[in-house]
Design a protein around this ligand. Structure first.
Ligand code: GDP
Ligand code: ZN
Length: 412
């Protein structure tokens, strides 16, 4: 793949019920991708019998590098949500497209479960050019018209099957995915699944009462944020029900760890302006236990925001399990809120025992001083972390959180 372009001759298998194995590498890749998709989604279009056809597709060999798109009519956008095989993409100019993913991108670019995920920055071509034009698409040979959507396009993977020949400007084909930063992931069948990409920060929402504050949860979210490369932001909500003066020691402790702390009340509006400021121009995921006030805060930031979360999932539900999918919601003031049903529960934030130490930044100066290089800071002699706790150089509460996470006993 040293040249910019490569031509790939692919056999399009029509019946993928039994993917052939061992013929060649490409086939194996395709079979893997197909079976993965099928296990992930019940919305896949039907296979079309035993027909087989060939097509040649030109793609950027360096497709993963930014700024290398060579042909002119691709549009840049952000994936708002993914339903089955269709991605809802908002173009930079605000237009909404329903996009499929080019098969070659799926099979050649990566073996990830989701090639395209919520939050991805993608380049796509409007389907009008490619599917409805009836001439050869970009870089493609003419192909026999088929009465159903082709496997290649996979447009209309969920919902009623559209006629692939009718010009539907709101559809498109994703050609390329920009490199990601800031990911929310979860382990899924031994693989890591990216739920949301390009998230900048996580707003850790904690309520002081109803439900009562659980400091170890803050440490857990902070570790998870660190793991995902996200900037944490602490929202202490429902301060109308608490005495802010009593909170000062804790606020100070977290501020010392470099964690910005906002006192908010969705009820009285305290701190909402400052929250809005923190959200501007960034992609933020709201995390926290059920009942802490995430929806209320979203609505306080922008009236109707939490409601639109609900209506979007209702509209798309129709018996499908779309609620497991994350979605992006645009803020009027600029920026995005990531609505991630699963992330609200802590189950997603898997951190392995041996990783935990690395996510406690305040431990780092001491870790190097432990007597044993593989010290777990739990029972070892000569542990500098334990020593620091004893001398109050490290917070006993943080150390307690560390132990809980290390032993996996504080998953919630
Ligand atoms: P979520 O599950 O995190 O989305 O929490 P909700 O937004 O649904 O809020 C849970 C409950 O807490 C609701 O009854 C809200 O009215 C209440 N609530 C949310 N924020 C505040 C707040 O700042 N102060 C008070 N007193 N109640 C709040
Ligand atoms: Zn140690």
């Amino acid at each position: 793949m040293s040249k910019d372009k490569k031509k790939v001759r692919v056999e399009m298998r029509k019946n993928r019920a039994k993917p052939p194995r061992g013929n060649d590498l490409t086939r194996d890749y395709q079979a893997d991708a197909a079976s993965t998709d099928e296990s992930h989604s019940s919305e896949r279009v039907r296979a079309k019998g035993d027909l087989s056809r060939h097509r040649t597709v030109v793609q950027d060999a360096t497709a993963d590098e930014p700024g290398r798109l060579s042909t002119g009519d691709a549009i840049r956008g952000r994936v708002l949500r993914v339903h089955g095989l269709a991605s809802v993409v908002e173009a930079d100019d605000g237009r909404i497209f329903r996009c499929a993913v080019r098969r070659l991108l799926k099979t050649l670019a990566t073996d990830e479960r989701n090639v395209v995920t919520t939050g991805d920055v993608v380049w796509f071509r409007p389907a009008v050019v490619e599917v409805a034009g009836r001439g050869p698409g970009i870089g493609e040979e003419p192909e026999p018209a088929v009465p159903e959507p082709s496997d290649e396009t996979e447009v209309g993977a969920s919902g009623p099957t559209p006629d692939p020949r009718s010009p539907t400007p709101a559809e498109g084909m994703i050609e390329r995915v920009e490199p990601r930063h800031g990911e929310l992931t979860r382990a899924s069948r031994r693989r890591e699944q990216v739920l949301v990409a390009n998230v900048d920060q996580v707003a850790i929402v904690i309520s002081l009462v109803q439900p009562t504050l659980k400091p170890h949860l803050i440490d857990r979210y902070m570790a998870a944020a660190e793991k995902g490369g996200l900037k944490p932001l602490l929202l202490l909500n429902k301060i109308d029900l608490a005495d802010p003066a009593e909170l000062q020691p804790m606020i100070g402790a977290y501020a010392q760890l470099g964690l910005p702390v906002l006192l908010t009340s969705a009820q009285t509006g305290t701190g909402i302006d400052r929250l809005r400021e923190q959200l501007r121009g960034r992609s933020t995921v709201f995390s926290g236990q059920s009942g802490v006030g995430k929806s209320s805060l979203l609505n306080a930031v922008q009236p109707g925001l939490a409601l639109s979360v609900r209506s979007v999932s209702e509209v798309n539900n129709k018996g499908r399990h779309t609620t497991t999918y994350a979605q992006l919601l645009r803020l009027d003031t600029g920026g995005w809120v990531v609505d991630t049903p699963g992330v609200r529960q802590l189950a997603l934030w898997d951190v392995r025992a041996e990783e935990v130490e690395g996510y406690f930044r305040d431990f780092r100066p001491f870790v190097a001083l432990c007597e044993f290089p593989d010290c777990t800071h739990t029972h070892e002699k000569g542990c500098a972390v334990k020593g620091a706790v004893a001398r109050n150089l490290l917070s006993p509460r943080r150390y307690h959180s560390y132990l809980g996470m290390f032993h996996g006993t504080e998953a919630e």
